[in-house]
Ligand binder design. Structure first.
Ligand code: C5P
Length: 222
């Protein structure tokens, strides 16, 4: 093993949006670009980890050093891929923007417009990947992301406790930060502590984040 902070560790990173199909040509998605998650995967590899990247539908090249990339489309596929990859992982970093709902039924043929009429889509709730993992008796060190438009600290700390995470990385979306942007700013929370990572490129932030994760992980396992 090399000398990095995560040398010899197995790290799973999820990144990007999920697409929930409505019919063969339409879907419900979100504005995640995958850039933050891909930067985190690259930073973890740089820190010496064996990295598996589970990617939603994005057109980004696989970062240097990533050992395995699993491409998925829907939240259900991401759930299955992450659970499988996490079975023998030390750390799972959930940077994907997983759709909370999916159309209850996927229409086998393209839906036709009914002029003048409303269309109602019934949505079913998707399982929460982080919550599934944290409910398992043994599971990796869990890091979540919280993208919020307001009350960032309150929502992030609530999510940390509710999903029983080891760390959460919170960012305010909008104001030129967050989705579809090159820069971001994060506040990290864990039980009994927090740390501001000021505005920087996603590459720099990812390296900072991975350094903090390695530190907390080592304490948790010490
Ligand atoms: O509750 P919220 O969706 O805002 O939490 C965001 C965090 O939870 C992210 O780390 C995201 O990857 C994760 N998540 C998940 N499974 C879902 C929805 C979100 O693991 N179905």
């Amino acid at each position: 093993f090399g000398g990095g902070a995560l040398a010899g560790r197995r790290v799973v990173v999820s990144a990007g949006p999920t697409y929930e199909d409505i019919d063969p040509v339409r879907f419900i998605g979100n504005r995640s670009s995958g850039k933050m998650g891909f930067a985190v995967a690259e930073a973890a590899a740089l820190a010496g980890a064996h990295v598996i990247l589970v990617a939603g539908p994005v057109s980004l090249p696989t970062p240097a050093g990533v050992v395995e990339r699993v491409d998925v489309r829907s939240a259900a596929q991401m759930h299955a891929a992450v659970i499988e990859a996490s079975a023998d992982a030390d750390i799972y970093i959930a940077a994907a923007a997983v759709g909370d709902y999916r159309p209850q039924q996927v229409a086998p043929c393209k839906l036709k417009k009914q002029a003048g009429a409303e269309l109602t889509l019934t949505l079913a709730e998707n399982p929460d990947i982080l919550a599934t993992l944290s409910a398992q008796p043994t599971h990796p060190f869990l890091v979540g992301f919280a993208a919020e438009t307001h009350d960032v600290a309150t929502y992030a700390q609530d999510k940390l406790r509710r999903k029983k995470l080891d760390m959460i990385a919170a960012n305010r979306v909008g104001e030129g930060l967050g989705f579809e942007t090159a820069e971001n700013a994060l506040t990290l929370y864990w039980e009994g502590g927090s740390k501001e990572l000021p505005r920087a490129s996603k590459t720099e932030l990812a390296r900072e984040l991975v350094a903090r994760i390695a530190e907390r992980f080592q304490r948790a396992r010490a």
